[in-house]
Design a protein around this ligand. Structure first.
Ligand code: IPE
Ligand code: IPE
Ligand code: MG
Length: 254
């Protein structure tokens, strides 16, 4: 008999297959991590990884829509990412602006609705304008919602909600979970059912802290630029095999 410490954990995706007729997550969040390491592994500068990573959103978004996912929230830039070297931050800002310019026509034609979660504070006014225009132009699209978490922090979002609640002068006893929910950046969006993190880490890094309460978490070592259609299906397949209990017990165990 093998000792208790000699057990090698089996990767969760072994033997699971995606079932198009099975439960499809309504809202999927993706922590798009590993761009820098993807580039380094190829002897390229980190920014080449960001370029490849930005391009990859398109293919994953298309597949998500195909599968029937209704909302895809992608973590593009965190409130902590400002602490990176100035050149890298500037490059990331340029990439966001460039991809809006290059992709907006196509996204609109494919009925993608664009949303933004995050703060505008600190963001270049011309980029703010581009983001606002993209949101406005695509607001009636109904194929899939692409929510871009940009200059986003889960704690900042909760702080912003608290500020708004205090500003409205609500008495403390009147503040409920629903009140907080109603003051988030996008109260109308359902909580994410599944949060995918590429690049191998097992942490949220300040992503959707409030909304992630009952999300299923999936981590893959695949770097974001390599995360393709098959990888997305694999993640959904694992999700389909999870047992979501929401604090209850199964009916069969009553
Ligand atoms: C994710 O890739 C993109 C952003 C955080 C903007 P990273 O740049 O974090 O890549 P790694 O984690 O260093 O490989
Ligand atoms: C999370 O990745 C943020 C984004 C993907 C935008 P990071 O690379 O910033 O996270 P840490 O630093 O590894 O926690
Ligand atoms: Mg990283």
């Amino acid at each position: 008999m093998p000792g208790i410490f000699s057990r090698t954990p089996k990767p969760e995706d072994v033997g699971v297959t995606f079932d198009p007729q099975g439960v499809i997550p309504v809202h999927v969040g993706i922590i798009m991590d590993g761009n820098g390491r993807w580039a380094r592994a190829r002897g390229m500068p980190r920014v080449a990884g960001h370029r490849a990573g930005t391009k990859n959103i398109r293919r994953v978004l298309r597949e998500a829509a195909e599968i029937g996912i209704q909302v895809l929230t992608v973590y593009a830039f965190s409130t902590e990412n400002w602490a990176r070297p100035k050149e890298e931050v500037e490059h990331l800002m340029r990439l966001i602006s460039q991809s809006i310019q290059e992709e907006l026509d196509d996204l609109d034609a494919n009925r993608v609705r664009i949303l933004h979660s995050g703060r505008f504070e600190g963001v270049n006014p011309s980029l703010q304008r581009e983001i606002r225009e993209a949101i406005e132009r695509t607001q009636h699209n109904d194929k899939i919602t692409l929510n871009v978490a940009f200059n986003y922090g889960g704690r900042a979002e909760i702080v912003d909600a608290i500020r708004a609640i205090i500003r409205e002068g609500l008495p403390p006893e009147a503040v409920t979970e629903e009140t907080v929910q109603q003051h988030l950046y996008h109260p109308e969006l359902p909580d994410p059912d599944l949060i995918i993190r590429t690049g191998g880490e097992f942490r949220l890094s300040n992503f959707l802290l409030w909304q992630a309460a009952y999300a299923e978490f999936y981590s893959t070592p695949v770097y974001w630029p390599d995360f393709d259609e098959a990888e997305l299906r694999k993640a959904i397949a694992v999700f389909q095999h999870r047992d979501r209990r929401f604090g209850k017990i199964k009916d069969t165990e009553r």
